[in-house]
Every structure is written in structure tokens, then in C-alpha cells.
Design a protein around this ligand. Structure first.
Ligand SMILES: Cc1ncc(COP(=O)(O)O)c(C=O)c1O
Length: 468
């Protein structure tokens, strides 16, 4: 039987008064309004779940129990006709929204022209054009080169390969709470064991971990410069500069808990890398392409990394990633040393050109700033009323709350899961993260409209207060 709370229109608490068609979508517009017409999951999703458990490996799980039918703007419509607000963007991917018109048009045209030649067999313009865009947009006005790959992890692996080849050294430094992917090298670089690494070893060698600047958990008042000095002391004593190829860092950590380092941490680390001729690799796979209210999170402190890895928001949902960096480093690799069958696929490149054009024409950098202000205002207010919110942090469209036992800094993953489940039941897609599983993160598409964002935040407020 249907829960009357969930039935028809307007059916859920905090339905916004105004509902907008999604003008960013191609095809019939998706109404930008949360609407539940069944319990979640509905009957069609349940049928698909049964097929899924018989066909799909158990290790591949999904946060939400629903199956998607369409998506656009800030809405995901499931196979039962429920419209859910998307505060996850497919883990920070659909920055320009799902099926953004410029992405769709360019992809359609490219699919009709050709789908694959393999860039290492026959070049094509789209690949070159994406590299030109990456060289133009990433921090620093030095001469750059780019290379394209399929996934974020693949980009990180290749950035490390390039740094090792350029320096002739082996060691790689990463940080506590880091997430860099699920391939063998990137599992070694990722901090959290469960679920990413457990039972999957042995891992690649020559990967060393340094302490991250984590203001909520560091000694009170520790500055960015002090946190950098702490990390550098570990690197110098436990690795040795003469062995070190690269330092790899997320300017704001993603899966590790949206950890925003104290001001000055990143720039002190960058200065040390420059002085010691160590390659600084910024992993901007989650933070890049307008997500944080700058085009890249490094821009915030004016840090110019030697290499930068990008993926996720780069191509509106198609699989593409890149490594961009100083020409002399990138060009130190022998011919044929970089590549892959699908790396820089022409359809994904066409999508990237559409996504980049959309980010620029719709000024999604500014949109991220506005979204961040709206979210932070609500969350900061909630933190004054609900002592389980230990910390509110983030920038632009990348904001999180850390949930703790009230009055302590002890992580509370159970309460985090409760809040998240309440959001899901009410039709709001939210994700959790953090080394301790106690961070609730918000990553809405940057084309989400204000009313929908406000409705999503109202659902979250109710969930935190235990009203749903
Ligand atoms: C900072 C960062 N690096 C690397 C990755 C790995 O990307 P992918 O899942 O595309 O391999 C992710 C994915 O979440 C990420 O957030």
C-alpha cells in the first residue's frame, strides 16, 4: 500500500511553490520538482533489483535502491516515475547536468561521423582540441601538454608514470584520507581500507603517506604552514627528497571526507616541492571544472601544480580523464609510453568540448559560488541547533557536514547513515564519505535551480532533525 505522504501532487513536505521546466535538458523537459508517486523503491525498481542480483556481481553496489529512467537539471526520474533531487551528480560528474544540450548535440554528431579510431593509430581533431582546452584552462600560464585517458584512476597512474620518468626517482607521497582510485597503484595511494582495499593486496610499492591538514581533527589552532611543516618533516625523514618523484594531493579531499586544508597548507607544500625539484601533482578529479567555485581548486590559493589530473566533471558523464602539465615533464616520456585503446575516445572528447563550452557560457564557476553560499547558510544554521553536526566545510558546490557524538569529535557513522537514509526515503539523493564514514556530502549539479536546491536542503534539515 502507498504511504499517503508519498502519493501524487504536491505530495511531499517542502514542495516548492514554483516549479520550472528543465531548460537545460534535451527532449521533453524534465519538471524540476521533487515528486514521489510510489514508495522507494517502486515496483519497477524492485523487479530490476531482482534481475540485478542474479546478473550483477555482488561487489558492485548502489547507494540508491532505484533505477534511473531519465535525468536533467537537478532531477533524476526513476523507472516508476518518481522524481528525486540529485545532490550527488553521479559523484561530482554531471556538473553541467545530465544530457546537457551542448553535450548531447556534439555527441550525436560525433557518433554519426565515427566512434573510434584509437588515437594511437589515427589522430582526430577532438582529442587535440580537448588538450588545447585543458592547457588553456588549468592553473599556470607556462607551456603545457596534455594526454587523455578513460578514468580518474588511469589519469593518476599516468601522472605518476610521467613524474617517475621525468625525475628518474621512484617514491610517491600521498596523504592521510586520500582517495585516488581503485587500480593497483591507486589502491596503494588511497588511504581507506574498507571497501576500497580490503583483501585486494599486495599493493604497489614506493608509496608513502604523510599527515594531511585536517582543521577539524588537527590540534586546535594549527595553521596551514604548521601542518605543511609536519608533513614535510615526515617526507624528509621517512622518504628522503633524493628518492621522491612526486607529491600527489587533492586540494580538497573528496572520498576522504571533503577535508579542506587550512589556508597556506597547499601553498607551503607547493613551495617546498619547487625548492626540492619534486613534482607536485594536484588530483583535481573531484574538485575540478568549476565544482568548488573556481575553475580548479588550486586557483583559490594561486597554487600552480606541475601536473594536474582531471576527470569526472570534464565530459558531462562520458568517460574521459586527462593529465596536463609542464611541457618539459609531459614530453620527457618516450614515444608510445602513454596511451590506451580507448584513451581520449572521440565521443568522450566531443562531450568534453560540450561540457567545457557549457561551463563557460553558463558561468558555472559563479553558479558554484552562489550554490555554496546557499548551502553553507543553511548548514551553518543547522549546526547551531543540532549538536551532532561537528563541522560544516567545503567550497562552492562541494560542501559537507561531519557528524559526531554531540560535544565530542568522535565520528558517528550510524547517525550519518540514519540521516542519509531519511533523505533517500524523501526523494533526495545524498552521498556519504569520509575515512570514518561520518561525512554527508553535497554535490549538486551546478545547473540546479534555486527552488530545487532549497527544497533539497529542507529535506536534509528535516532528516537531521529526525522529522522524517
Ligand atoms: C580525487 C579523486 N581521484 C581519483 C578518483 C578515481 O576516479 P575514477 O573513479 O574515475 O577512477 C576519484 C574518484 O572518486 C577522485 O575523487
Amino acid at each position: 500500500m502507498l504511504d499517503p505522504m508519498l502519493d501524487t501532487t504536491p505530495s511531499v513536505p517542502h514542495s516548492p511553490q514554483v516549479s520550472h521546466p528543465d531548460t537545460t535538458a534535451v527532449g521533453p523537459a524534465i519538471e524540476q520538482r521533487r515528486k514521489l508517486v510510489t514508495e522507494l523503491p517502486g515496483p519497477r525498481s524492485l523487479e530490476l533489483a531482482a534481475r540485478r542480483s542474479a546478473a550483477v556481481a555482488a561487489g558492485v553496489t548502489s547507494v540508491m535502491p532505484i533505477f534511473a529512467a531519465r535525468a536533467g537539471g537537478g532531477i533524476v526520474v526513476d523507472v516508476d516515475g518518481n522524481s528525486l533531487i540529485d545532490f550527488g551528480s553521479g559523484i561530482a560528474v554531471t556538473t553541467v547536468g545530465n544530457s546537457a544540450p551542448d553535450v548531447v548535440a556534439r555527441v550525436q554528431q560525433q557518433v554519426e561521423e565515427f566512434t573510434h579510431t584509437c588515437f594511437t593509430v589515427t589522430g582526430y581533431e577532438g582529442y587535440v582540441a580537448v588538450c588545447e582546452e585543458l592547457n588553456r584552462l588549468t592553473p599556470g600560464d607556462h607551456e603545457k601538454r596534455s594526454a587523455l585517458f578513460n578514468s580518474g584512476a588511469e589519469a593518476v597512474e599516468n601522472a605518476v608514470k610521467i613524474a617517475r620518468r621525468a625525475t628518474g626517482r621512484d617514491a610517491v607521497v600521498v596523504f592521510d584520507h586520500a582517495y585516488h582510485g581503485r587500480t593497483n597503484l591507486t589502491m596503494a595511494m588511497t588511504a581507506k581500507n574498507m571497501p576500497y582495499k580490503d583483501g585486494f593486496g599486495p599493493f604497489a610499492g614506493e608509496v608513502y603517506r604523510a599527515p594531511m591538514s585536517y582543521p577539524f581533527r588537527d590540534p586546535e589552532g594549527m595553521t596551514g604552514a604548521e601542518a605543511a611543516a609536519r608533513a614535510i618533516a615526515v617526507i624528509e625523514s621517512q622518504v628522503g627528497v633524493q628518492n621522491l618523484a612526486c607529491v600527489v594531493i587533492e586540494p580538497i579531499q573528496g572520498e576522504g571526507g571533503f577535508v579542506v586544508p587550512a589556508p597556506g597548507f597547499l601553498s607551503a607544500l607547493a613551495d617546498w616541492c619547487t625548492r626540492n625539484v619534486v613534482v607536485l601533482i594536484a588530483d583535481e578529479i573531484q574538485t575540478g571544472f568549476a565544482r568548488t567555485g573556481d575553475l580548479f581548486a588550486c586557483d583559490f590559493e594561486g597554487v600552480v601544480p606541475d601536473l594536474i589530473t582531471t576527470a569526472k566533471g570534464i565530459a558531462g558523464g562520458l568517460p574521459l580523464s586527462g593529465v596536463t602539465g609542464r611541457a618539459e615533464l609531459m614530453d620527457s616520456v618516450h614515444g608510445g609510453g602513454l596511451g590506451g585503446t580507448y584513451a581520449g575516445n572521440p565521443v568522450a572528447c566531443a562531450a568534453a568540448l560540450g561540457a567545457i563550452a557549457t561551463i563557460e557560457s553558463q558561468n558555472l564557476v559563479a553558479a558554484a559560488g552562489r550554490i555554496g553560499e546557499q548551502i553553507l547558510a543553511v548548514l551553518t544554521d543547522l549546526a547551531t541547533k543540532h549538536p551532532q553536526i561537528g563541522d560544516v566545510r567545503g567550497r562552492g558546490g562541494m560542501v559537507a557536514i561531519e557528524i559526531v557524538t554531540p560535544g565530542t569529535r568522535t565520528p558517528d557513522p550510524v547517525e550519518t547513515a540514519r540521516i542519509s537514509a531519511a533523505c533517500h526515503r524523501a526523494g533526495l539523493i545524498t552521498l556519504t564519505c569520509g575515512t570514518f564514514g561520518n561525512v554527508l556530502r553535497l554535490l549538486p549539479p551546478l545547473v540546479i535551480d534555486d527552488d530545487l536546491l532549497a527544497d533539497g536542503l529542507a529535506v536534509l534539515s528535516d532528516a537531521i532533525a529526525g522529522r522524517q
